[in-house]
Unconditional design. Structure first.
Length: 494
RNA sequence: CGGGGCGUAGCGCAGUCCGGUAGCGCACCUGGUUUGGGACCAGGGUGUCGCAGGUUCGAAUCCUGUCGCCCCGACCA
């Protein structure tokens, strides 16, 4: 397993300790195998479920409903939208046959040549095509619009290079697909969804972001605009953590989805799509973790509080169990997830290290001394600070502490982000400093040429035109010297 | 697809140069003592040395072929 992660440890020395350790020991993922697909272990999947539940509720608040479409897409669908094909054709897994049979002698099972499919099927890399092929049947009139659907599913992209959590060839995600009667409405939806993502990522994952719009070259294949949330990892590299696309009428036209508008005129439907994936877990891990392992924000931690009694003998063990029962009940009544660990096959020191590795936000420890004094030790994972408090009233303290931890890890990450965003107008300075990481706010003339030049010289890319930074007093493009059109975020990325 | 590297016990590795009984650590199982920061002692078993040929009295080791994986690049959520 560790070898599977060496690429990450080498790329970013800061992470060597935790990334090697925690993914193995913190029980998040088993391994990347079968062309970079990963087995997500129970604890890791519990985090994903939290992400799912929270996001799903937010989607529903905006009127979105869940659907499910098939995993297999006829090859011909993919070729309907020209840019879309070009973007995805290179990384598709293709189903060509539907049967195996016993081969001769030592061949074992072989693909039955008689079972060749008339038309090959593509394992979805994304579902725009198959969904728009269906939307055609759902849409006749402006009264049928908007359609706001989302699906939670897996997709497969046959990447040349995979990285656990960040780019596995199969990954879990949600993809929202909406159809609208007007351009304005679709554009507003695309922007709305990127804000939904940003709110979730900042408030629940405690990962601060730069939100903006992609340059033409970095856009989704087939989109007119791609909105993005960009997070900064601890080594100063950018991680694109979610995107929302305004697709214009490209898919409406490609799949001939027309409707009669209020003026009784035939019009093509306007589209958006938006998605976040298990890459979010990568962002979560890489943003907050320290040398002791994961640090999970309380709002996403599968276990928010772990209680470890230190006892000698069955009698004392029983005494603790009785002592803690009401506290556990109180905490659970507050909606706090509690694990009570009085297992006798692991020593306390092991448990401490293990729960720190897993990122459990609060640990409560009670030993014989505490039992006598009616006190309890409280440790918070984000700062590793310990204090001994009176046992009575501890539930309220823990509840408050969870809120503090959530806030603190966001503030800490936000400070890191702000400290590593630089205004930069000079290309030589940029070239010198970019290797150390960070987001550089640079004037850009808007041309693909300068963008390509930056990438060639420095491996850095234009991450986005940020929404929340000033676009005044742009000056001149740092590469071409021509008047700049935007101030963009340039960074190296994962 | 280009450039590097690796395949030996469940995991991590040594042994390969210089051919001669298949090793180490962790994990696992049993018993005991422990338990306030990853316990200790004693005992236990585990291998198609990636695969296929070749050289040899003898191959993990040398030769040829082959398969797979990892890292760096191009590609990407």
């Amino acid at each position: 397993m560790a070898t599977e992660l060496k690429h990450l440890t080498k790329r970013s020395e800061n992470y060597s300790q935790w990334y090697n350790e925690l993914v193995v020991k913190a029980d998040l993922a088993e391994q990347a195998d079968v062309r970079g697909c990963m087995v997500i272990k129970p604890y890791g999947y519990a985090i994903w479920e939290k992400i799912q539940q929270t996001l799903d509720a937010k989607f529903k608040e905006t009127g979105v409903q869940n659907v499910y479409f098939p995993m297999l897409i006829p090859k011909s669908f993919l070729s309907r939208e020209a840019e879309h094909v070009e973007g995805f054709a290179k990384e598709c897994a293709v189903v060509t046959h539907y049967r195996l049979k016993s081969g001769d002698e030592n061949q074992g099972l072989i693909v039955d040549p008689a079972a060749k499919l008339e038309e090959e099927l593509i394992i979805r890399p994304t579902s725009e095509t198959t969904i728009w092929n269906t939307y055609k049947k759902w849409i006749q009139s402006w009264r049928d619009l908007p359609i706001l659907c989302n699906q939670w599913c897996n997709v497969m992209r046959w990447e040349m290079r995979t990285r656990l959590f960040l780019r596995t060839s199969e990954f879990l995600w949600q993809e929202g697909h909406t159809a609208h009667a007007t351009r304005e409405e679709a554009e507003a939806r695309a922007k709305q969804m990127v804000r939904v993502y940003a709110d979730f990522v900042e408030q629940f994952m405690a990962v601060p972001l730069v939100v903006g719009v992609k340059s033409a070259t970095e856009r989704f294949a087939g989109a007119l605009d791609t909105y993005t949330i960009e997070a900064m990892m601890q080594d100063g590299k950018a991680l694109q953590s979610g995107t929302s696309h305004f697709l214009g009428q490209n898919f409406g036209k490609a799949f001939n989805v027309q409707f009669v508008d209020k003026e009784n005129k035939l019009e093509y439907a306007w589209a958006t799509s938006w998605g976040v994936s298990t890459r979010l877990m990568g962002a979560l891990i890489m943003t907050h973790s320290d040398d002791n392992g994961l640090v999970l924000p309380p709002k996403l931690a599968p276990i928010q509080v772990v209680i470890v009694p230190i006892y000698k003998g069955e009698e004392e063990r029983k005494a603790f169990s009785e002592k803690f029962a009401p506290l556990i009940e109180t905490l659970r009544a507050k909606g706090i997830s509690v694990k009570y660990d009085d297992a006798d096959n692991k020593r306390p020191g092991f448990k401490f290290a293990d729960y720190e590795l897993k990122g459990v936000p609060v640990r409560l420890v009670m030993g014989g001394r505490d039992l006598q004094n009616n006190t309890i030790e409280v440790m918070r994972r984000d700062t590793l600070e310990k204090e001994t408090l009176a046992f009575d009233g501890i539930a309220e303290h823990v509840e408050k502490l969870l809120g503090e931890i959530q806030e603190n890890i966001f503030t800490k990450a936000k400070r890191f982000l702000d400290d590593h965003i630089y205004e930069c107008n000079d290309y030589d300075e940029f070239k010198q400093r970019i290797a150390d990481g960070g987001f550089f706010l640079c004037p850009w003339d808007g041309t693909a040429e300068t963008e390509a030049k930056i990438k060639e010289d420095t491996q850095a890319t234009i991450r986005c035109v940020p929404f929340d930074y000033s676009q005044d007093n742009l000056g001149n493009d740092m590469v071409s010297g021509k008047p700049a059109k935007f101030r963009v975020v340039v960074a190296r990325s994962y």
